[in-house]
Design a protein around this ligand. Structure first.
Ligand SMILES: [Zn+2]
Length: 95
């Protein structure tokens, strides 16, 4: 798991309230793979993150309860193959 220890993580936050929504783990930097990632915010009304342009293969994960932030769940992902836009639908994790 050494490569994951060194992996770059983008912490996606709500543009309105600043709460953390998801973590993006960068797996490589393949320039031919560019995706746009946006997350909805369950903590405020109509909140969204900005659209992040992610270069390369990535994995996504919710914010864990141990991260001194409100934990989240990824409820759904809406992927648009034309724009390569992935909208992550985020819920609060009740734990
Ligand atoms: Zn918010």
């Amino acid at each position: 798991m050494k490569e994951f220890e060194d992996a770059e993580i983008t912490k996606i936050k709500c543009a309105s309230c600043g709460k953390r929504l998801i973590n993006i783990l960068h797996l490589n930097k393949d320039q031919n793979l560019v995706n746009r990632v946006q997350a909805t915010c369950p903590f405020c009304i109509n909140g969204n993150s900005i659209v992040h342009e992610i270069v390369g293969l990535f994995a996504s994960g919710p914010v864990g309860a141990d991260e001194s932030s409100s934990p989240t769940l990824i409820d759904d992902i809406h992927f648009d193959p034309d724009t390569k836009n992935s909208q992550f639908i985020i819920k609060k994790d009740k734990k």
